[in-house]
Design a protein around this ligand. Structure first.
Ligand code: NI
Length: 262
């Protein structure tokens, strides 16, 4: 709900909403269309700067100097709080694709994520391969997670990531929100050293990259400071996935350069 719509509801003054449906009467609920999601047109099509494959968003062209760090499968009772403390120290905001059952188990960590300005995405209720489930079960996996997160933060996730990257046209057709893939897979879950994870993220990231990691591995959490330092040294700044999808650049110099070209 937008701030204006919320104010209208709070004030109980639905008559001031300018674009009420034709024939609407005083006291009818607010029916103004919601604004398009970041990265989408009003018609629901992906903006041209979004790079997608098989219906999933991989990278954002034009988000010059921006990188989105993403962490899947948490929250973890000790590693996620450690990661959140580190991100706060570094003043970096990231995106967490959380598992609903774990969010319900550790609500304080979800609350801390939200308070830290991080984005929270839906990564299903208990991490099944959704392509193996029936339509109702797929919907249930996402709806239960939405409800759990909503009950903790007051907002349901705007974005989804599929467990195991197991996708199909049928599963995607059941999801109306952006489904987020990545272009940089750090393979952190099988890395044997911190340096390996740091290197895979820092060396390969580009402007608009979405970097895949998991906050349930100690190696990953230990690698994050090196990743932040390495990417900052390359001139990158950090945004959430929804911020990245707006396509806005992170570097002022780039804005100037683009304006000159235009
Ligand atoms: Ni996962």
């Amino acid at each position: 709900m937008t701030a204006i719509a919320l104010l209208a509801v709070v004030a109980g003054c639905t008559t001031i909403v300018p674009d009420a449906a034709p024939g609407a009467r005083h006291g009818d609920p607010v029916t103004a269309a919601p604004p398009p999601r970041p990265g989408y047109t009003a018609d629901g099509a992906l903006q041209p700067w979004i790079e997608a494959g098989h219906g999933e968003i991989r990278r954002v062209n034009g988000a010059e100097g921006c990188v989105a760090l993403t962490f899947d499968d948490g929250p973890h009772p000790t590693l996620t709080p450690r990661l959140l403390a580190l991100l706060a120290e570094e003043d970096v905001r990231a995106t967490f694709f959380v598992v609903g059952s774990r969010a319900q188990q550790w609500p304080d960590i979800i609350r801390a994520m939200n308070a830290g300005g991080h984005e929270i995405g839906n990564h299903s209720w208990n991490h099944p391969d959704l392509t193996q489930l029936g339509n109702d079960q797929v919907t249930e996996q996402l709806a239960r997670t939405d409800a759990a997160i909503f009950s903790i933060t007051g907002a349901a996730p705007d974005i989804v990531r599929l467990p195991y990257d197991a996708s199909s046209p049928r599963v995607l057709s059941l999801i109306s929100r952006p489904v987020i893939w990545w272009d940089i897979d750090t393979l952190d879950w099988k890395a044997t050293s911190v340096g390996e994870v740091v290197d895979s993220a820092v060396r390969r990231a580009r402007s608009g990259s979405i970097v895949l990691m998991h906050d349930i591995h100690a190696t990953t959490v230990s690698a994050v400071r090196g990743i932040i330092e390495g990417l900052r040294a390359r001139g990158f700044d950090f945004v959430t996935v929804s911020e990245l999808m707006t396509g806005r650049p992170c570097r002022a110099e780039t804005v100037i350069a683009t304006a000159r070209q235009g």
